[in-house]
Design a protein. Structure first.
Length: 201
């Protein structure tokens, strides 16, 4: 294509090398190459930057996802903890479907994670609470860490999907009537390659 562009470009007799270079750079073919998403000749592809995520830090008071203007997705990194002794740990309203990844530690005497909208939780760390995870309108929970509830490990109030990977533990430390996973108000799908104690109903 560059060769064709040269053939169509006319230069006055005696034109300087600089003039010829400017004419070539302004040709249609060169402009198209400069705008292309990939530099084929060099074998390099320009990749769009990854989506931003909101990183949560340690806290001893309730963390509301709605309060962050940066928004989804959220991550609690390894080594960070949200430990709230008298209230919920992490909460999210029905404003949007939340996505939360936990690589740290979340604990609460009530609900450690309570999300009202249909949301996604990826747990690679430890979640412990009266109810460890409460999803009011269903969603997806993927666990390769530990989820422990005194009442329920996971409480799905409108159905949902739970995937417990090899090495993952979902359990209750409460009475015999407590459940590792409790599904209400909708269809529930549970895929278990790890340990679920206290039952799943």
């Amino acid at each position: 294509m560059i060769g064709a562009a040269r053939a169509k470009t006319r230069h006055p007799v005696g034109a300087s090398n600089g003039s010829r270079l400017r004419a070539l750079l302004n040709s249609t073919s060169i402009r198209a190459l400069r705008a292309a998403p990939a530099i084929v000749g060099l074998g390099v592809t320009l990749v769009s930057p990854a989506s931003a995520q909101t990183t949560l830090g340690s806290s001893t008071s309730t963390v509301s996802l709605d309060a962050y203007s940066t928004g989804n997705p959220f991550i609690l990194p390894s080594g960070q903890s949200i430990a709230v002794p008298t209230s919920n740990g992490i909460v999210g309203s029905s404003a949007e479907p939340w996505t939360l990844t936990n690589n740290g530690y979340i604990s609460s005497s009530t609900s450690s994670v309570h999300l009202i909208s249909n949301s996604t939780i990826i747990n690679n760390g430890n979640i412990h609470g009266g109810v460890a995870v409460d999803l009011d309108n269903g969603g997806l929970i993927s666990n390769s860490g530990t989820i422990t509830g005194v009442g329920q490990g996971i409480n799905l109030l409108a159905g949902g999907t739970v995937t417990n990977a090899a090495g993952g533990v979902i359990q209750t430390s409460g009475s015999v009537s407590s459940n590792g996973i409790l599904v209400n108000g909708g269809a529930g799908t549970i895929a278990n390659s790890g340990v679920i104690s206290g039952g799943a109903t």
